[in-house]
Design a protein around this ligand. Structure first.
Ligand SMILES: [Zn+2]
Length: 203
């Protein structure tokens, strides 16, 4: 059951929508790191990730900076290795549940890299990518589960080819390279609660 949903979050969940391929209630920053989806590509996969910058530290604006192509390589030793990367995601969910969108859902964000799902390569072309601020074993906050549930519910409604069985981790589509969102992500809780929400939406 939706035991972790408080009354205060249900309003926000009910009020969230996708309009013009953007999530309402999300801050929007327009990343230059995106491409048009191929003409025959349909949004049909949702990929969950984690990220933290510097690794293991939460808060701050460095993830925004990376996705916007503006990360200062001198701000932390780790950044010298990554500041040049041209990467993005559609959504970032911070530890407090705040959502930022960087790329509209009808465009391809650059989150998956070399990847395939059920034999179909280049997952960026047909997927939506959501980053959770965290590490593989940090666990995730209730705020993040609430926000992820609300966003996923809207994504599944608006892009119905993205069925429950097509919501995966980065580790599922690039298993030799990636481990995120990691053992700290509670897939059972997330799938159960999303299933309940989708049943409610069908009534
Ligand atoms: Zn990832």
């Amino acid at each position: 059951m939706l035991s972790f949903l408080s009354n205060s979050t249900s309003h926000a969940i009910n009020g969230m929508h996708v309009i013009n391929h953007r999530l309402t209630d999300a801050r929007f920053l327009s990343s230059p790191h995106y491409s048009d989806r191929p003409a025959d590509a349909q949004v049909s996969l949702l990929v969950l990730h984690n990220i933290s910058l510097p690794p293991g530290q939460f808060g701050g604006d460095y993830i925004d900076d990376l996705f916007m192509g503006q990360l200062n390589k001198d701000a932390h030793p780790y950044f010298a290795d990554i500041h040049h990367l041209r990467v993005s995601a559609h959504l970032l969910i911070k530890r407090d549940g705040a959502i930022t969108q960087y790329v509209p859902f009808d465009k391809a964000a650059w989150h998956a890299g070399l990847s395939s799902f059920q034999g179909q390569p280049r997952c960026n072309e047909y997927s939506i990518g959501i980053e959770l601020e965290g590490t593989d074993d940090s666990g995730y906050t209730n705020h993040q589960y609430h926000a992820l549930l609300a966003a996923s519910r809207q994504i599944v409604q608006h892009y119905p080819r993205t069925t429950l069985g097509r919501i995966v981790g980065h580790s599922d589509i690039a298993p030799s390279r990636k481990t995120d969102p990691g053992v700290g992500f509670d897939w059972c809780r997330f799938r159960q609660d999303l299933t309940i929400c989708l049943h409610e939406d069908q009534k």
